[in-house]
Design a protein around this ligand. Structure first.
Ligand code: G3H
Ligand code: 13P
Ligand code: ZN
Length: 330
């Protein structure tokens, strides 16, 4: 058993309290490899933002959980070396079982998500409560989820979203003891968040997605005042990145995300954590494709992963400063 405190990590309690009071949201960026981790730390140190480093089950399988946990410990030391001891949370994204959450806590995670959103309400309550009871013994914070997002949630994929029912949140939070709650108000995972028929096309032919359901968010805020809310599926799918990818051989069609102005508005409310993964994938892919297309003889990974890391860092700095407002809050 390793305590996250020995690794220099923090849980999400204090940074969420501050985010709530300050009207901003903490970025939760997924990482699977060194370049992503470096970009996240560089961006958040430079902007002096607290950050949540997220690891999905897929990331654990891809990169090995022991390596990832040492990388997170490395991230703490790297941030100090770069000159700012920002609060760093190591969080399990979309945990799907008690055993997985327990194992992550034993490996030094400071926060876990137990995603019982696909279960019946009572099963979700029972599973989430069990995780909370174990996690709180180790001062690890827990995120639960009510409502289903469309798109792929790790190994769970849902065709259709179902919005969070505000009448359930108070009971869920009380019965489970969770520290934060992920809700469904129209965000969605991946780069194709909406089918073209769900969107309208503006005069330039650009797809405009249906707006987030701020009415549901407000109703939830009323029922659990002061409670930290989480938004998954919050990539905005920058169209310049999609154009670059397709210009250099990619084939991404009808990709559409959540407009940044809406996320900015959400960040000012009870939304304290915003999950962004797909935009980073697009930024890396666009940079790698561009470098390789323009330099066909290049075969040194540093020559294409370096620019990909730089592009990621710029994307994350933009999110922190212009979307979430968490800059200078570390
Ligand atoms: O919500 C899903 C995250 O974007 C992680 O994706 O399961 O492919 O690592 P992944
Ligand atoms: P995106 O696919 O919109 O980046 O969402 C990521 C996410 O919710 C990770 O849990
Ligand atoms: Zn998610």
């Amino acid at each position: 058993m390793v305590s996250y405190k020995e690794l220099g990590l923090v849980n999400s309690r204090e940074i969420f309290t501050n985010a709530f009071k300050g009207g901003y949201a903490i970025p939760a960026f997924n990482f699977n490899n060194m370049e992503q981790m470096q970009a996240i730390v560089q961006a958040c140190v430079e902007t002096k933002s607290p950050v949540i480093l997220q690891i999905s089950s897929g990331a654990r399988k891809y990169a090995n959980q022991t390596l990832l946990r040492y990388m997170a410990q490395g991230a703490v030391e790297y941030a100090k070396e770069l000159g700012c001891n920002i609060p760093i949370v190591l969080h399990l994204d979309h945990g799907d079982s008690f055993e997985l959450c327990k194992s992550c806590i034993e490996y030094g995670f400071s926060s876990v998500m137990i995603d019982g959103s696909h279960l019946s309400y009572d099963e979700n309550v029972a599973l989430t409560k069990r995780v909370v009871e174990y996690a709180h013994q180790h001062d690890v914070t827990v995120e639960g989820e009510l409502g289903v997002l469309a798109g792929v949630e790790d190994d769970v994929s849902a065709e259709k979203s179902s919005y969070t029912r505000p009448e359930e949140v108070e009971d869920f939070v009380k019965k489970t003891g969770v520290d934060s709650l992920a809700i469904s108000i129209g965000t969605s995972h991946g780069a194709n968040k909406f089918k073209p028929e769900q969107c309208i096309r503006n005069e330039k032919g650009v797809l405009i997605p249906p707006p987030l359901r701020f009415d549901i968010l407000k109703e939830i805020e009323k029922r659990i005042p002061g409670f930290p809310i989480v938004l998954h599926g919050s990539s905005s799918v920058p169209q310049d990145l999609v154009v670059t990818i397709n210009q250099y051989g990619g084939g991404i069609k009808d990709a559409v995300g959540i407009p940044e102005e809406q996320l900015r508005e959400a960040a000012k409310s009870a939304v304290c954590k915003v999950n962004i993964d797909s935009d980073g994938r697009l930024a890396m892919t666009a940079a790698v494709r561009e470098v390789l297309a323009n330099n066909p003889a290049e075969f040194d990974p540093r020559k294409y992963l370096g620019p990909a890391r730089e592009s990621l860092k710029n994307l994350y700095m933009h999110k922190v400063k212009n979307v979430l407002g968490s800059d200078n809050k570390a």
